[in-house]
Design a protein around this ligand. Sequence first.
Ligand code: C2O
Ligand code: CU
Ligand code: CU
Length: 478
Amino acid sequence: MNYDFRYTVSRRGFLAAVAGAAISASMRTAVASAIDERQIKVAPGETRFSGADGPPTAVWTYNGSVPGPALRLRQGQPVRITVENGLDEGTTVHWHGIRLPNAMDGVPGLTQPPIRPGESFVYEFTPPDAGTFWYHPHADSLVQIGRGLAGPLIIEEAEPVAVDRDLLWLLQDWRLTKDGRIAGGFGSMMDASMSGRVGNLVTVNGQAQGGQSVRAGERLRLRLANASLARMMALRFEGHWPVVLAIDGQPCDPHEPEDGRLVLAPAMRIDIALDMQGDPGSRHDVIDDFYDGLAYRLTTLAYDKAPPLRAHPLDAPQALPRNSLPEPDLANAVRQEIVLQGGMMGGGKLARVGGMTGMGMPGMNGGAAWAINGMSMTGDGHAGMAPQFMLERGASCHLTMRNETAWWHPMHVHGFSLSVLSRNGSPVPHRQWQDTVLLAPRDVIECAFVADNPGDWMLHCHVADHQMAGLMTVFRVT
Ligand code: C2O
Ligand code: CU
Ligand code: CU
């Protein structure tokens, strides 16, 4: 998969020019609100991580490819996506980060029955926010995402953003056997109670090798999405100074990341502006050094020999236009607290957590190893999950998340974007909104949102093993 949107952008620019010149305003409205129809077929398939000549690996695919096709939709334009299930087990599609009607959220049991083998489900929604999102199954998630099901979801701004190219890297982490097959053993107690199923091969848009070709002087918008089950990443662009434009699809105040490292936990997205300031013909590594002592080269920026695209560097990148998110009223907000508990502690002991609801003993396959506020909801979502708390529609919620475990957790909320207020008592700068907030061991995060969207919504760790083993809850907006 090569997600280079140069041509899409220029075609759109062309269409816009034609529309402006020849089509009346009413016709333009009709064009904008026409329903965009898409088809996705979920089915087993094959991919080659090391290029056309490499060995094949059996995977599960959306429309035959890994990752799935990049869905590029328009902000405010209704879309209808028909998903056909060609697997031997039930599935759903969750449109991660999109603020949509609850019935379209793709959580089995909670918002829809799983799509049975051979059947289809039609998802209909109108994406309210422009930005970088992704889609993935929410049924048997650990196995289904681990076998490759994930795809990028781009919601275009109304006006094209001023960059030379718009690129996307969807990052996936695979645990492969020596002979290159996807390893079994999903949901082992070791993975579930510790770091989750971290793999041994990381791909960029489905490819393990090969670099990103670039041209000196150009400015890229690079959309990074971590679609791994469990691998945290911290990307460093050697010799380059990325500027963060958006986190989890939501524009923030443009800023250089701390220490030049882009920390990207599972399910997180970061959009950067990247000015190609290297020399023609030069090569620069992109390193992931999240885990101490385990740094590796993710990919390489490979400059072609062409002379720089422009003689002088560009001015600092502009902020992206903000989406219209409802601003929480902190003075009158309802306070809720989520405490993350469990997991392996020092000395190889599982922390004791109350109210285990999983089957079997804590930490056994399919059982609970984690809890939220003393309660473990295991699996992927199912009928009869009692909400942890209720919010009245329109209320502002001030949510504190407290990590009492010894592990990292990217906590994800469905249906909303959270205004991130503070981390361990220090204000979070750059006016950030996120749907997935990474908590380091012992971190305390404060965030806020307006409960403007009714329904039962998931709140869970996006390390798939952690979610399956109890780090999940539900809240209700009435
Ligand atoms: Cu990315 Cu509950 O999901
Ligand atoms: Cu989600
Ligand atoms: Cu976790």
